[in-house]
Design a protein around this ligand. Structure first.
Ligand SMILES: Cc1cc2nc3c(=O)[nH]c(=O)nc-3n(C[C@H](O)[C@H](O)[C@H](O)COP(=O)(O)OP(=O)(O)OC[C@H]3O[C@@H](n4cnc5c(N)ncnc54)[C@H](O)[C@@H]3O)c2cc1C
Length: 299
């Protein structure tokens, strides 16, 4: 049981692979397609438990992840992780436990995902793990090559498992030139619907967002982008004139409940599933990776 194949090279797969490799396992990550098309690459990178179930477990995972991110934020140039102050509006949907953790005014990890995914890949390589550009047709296919498979395929689990309860929740973001905003802003809305947010990243200011259930289109919609800028300009009026640097669309891998459990594959290999993290995969990534590693170790 000293060898594992992790299917999925997004934030969930890479974090899980790092934990396993640093515990001494020989780890290969199978990932298909360009990284910029993963939900992780598009993510705003704010640690906040948004659109993820079950709530109580997500908070446990998020709290454990928060501690690891706080440690990573001590080396922002290396990791892409910073602890940043912000403003939260309409916080009715945000659990009290989380509000207590981030304090008042809130201060939470804000992650530059491009830099952070590169950091995770480097940390994995340093622990002896490697990444392969390869698509899995089923967990059993990987199980023929390693005694442990960890399924971190995000929305891909819909076909891979197959799991029909996996659904996309489309999110669109506008990147603009930052006119000098240093703190994040989030209006989460009473029903966790389309949050409005402004996130200062090193490469520009991220403006969001949208949350369209069962929408698969990854082309940016110009009218939606205008609406996003309009909403954010109500918070920072100078954003109405900010130069647009780019548009991003990603599909949140939503499931009514995150799947983090273990099963025996037909050929005898053990498969630990770790997918379905919706709008908070970055936020819960370390807590989920540690639980997945625990399931691997129990075998
Ligand atoms: C616009 C937007 C903003 C967001 N903002 C935030 C935020 O601020 N904070 C936060 O915590 N979360 C945020 N999220 C949510 C977050 O991005 C996701 O929850 C997270 O990225 C999910 O990670 P993942 O690794 O499960 O999926 P992904 O990043 O999509 O990775 C899945 C991986 O599996 C691979 N794969 C799939 N099928 C196969 C197969 N058959 N064989 C091999 N490989 C396969 C893919 O190639 C990919 O590498 C946001 C999402 C969006 C869209």
């Amino acid at each position: 049981m000293d060898e594992a194949i992790v299917v999925g090279g997004g934030v969930i797969g890479l974090t899980t692979a790092v934990v396993l490799a640093e515990r001494g396992m020989r780890v290969r990550v199978w990932s298909r397609g360009p990284e910029e098309e993963t939900a992780s690459a598009v993510s705003g990178g704010l640690c906040w438990p948004y659109r993820i179930e079950p709530r109580a477990k997500a908070l446990d995972w998020a709290e454990r992840s928060f501690r690891h991110f706080a440690w990573l934020s001590e080396q922002p140039a290396l990791t892409g992780v910073r602890l940043v102050r912000g403003t939260l509006r309409d916080d009715a949907s945000t659990p009290r436990r989380w509000l207590d953790l981030v304090g008042s005014p809130p201060r939470t990890p804000l992650i530059d995902m491009g830099a952070y995914l590169a950091y995770l890949r480097g940390r994995l390589a340093a622990a002896g793990g490697r990444r392969e550009d390869r698509a899995a047709r089923s967990p059993a296919e990987a199980g023929e090559l390693a005694p442990v498979v960890v399924n971190c395929s995000g929305l891909g689990a819909r076909e891979l498992v197959p799991d029909a309860s996996m659904r996309p929740v489309r999110g669109q973001i506008v990147v603009v030139e930052n006119p000098g905003v240093e703190e994040w802003y989030l209006a989460s809305g009473p029903d966790s619907g389309a949050a409005t947010y402004v996130l200062p990243q090193p490469y520009g200011l991220l403006l969001g967002g949208t949350a369209d259930e069962d929408a698969w289109d990854t082309e940016p919609d110009p009218a939606t982008a205008e609406d996003i800028v309009r909403r954010c300009a109500r918070v920072h009026p100078e954003l109405a004139r900010a130069r647009v640097l780019g548009h991003r669309v990603g599909l949140r891998p939503y499931r009514p409940s995150v799947r983090l459990e273990s099963e025996r594959l037909p050929g005898g290999a053990r498969c630990v599933h770790n997918y379905g993290h919706g709008g908070a995969g970055v936020t819960v990534s370390w807590g989920c990776a540690l639980d997945a590693a625990q399931l691997v170790a129990e075998e």
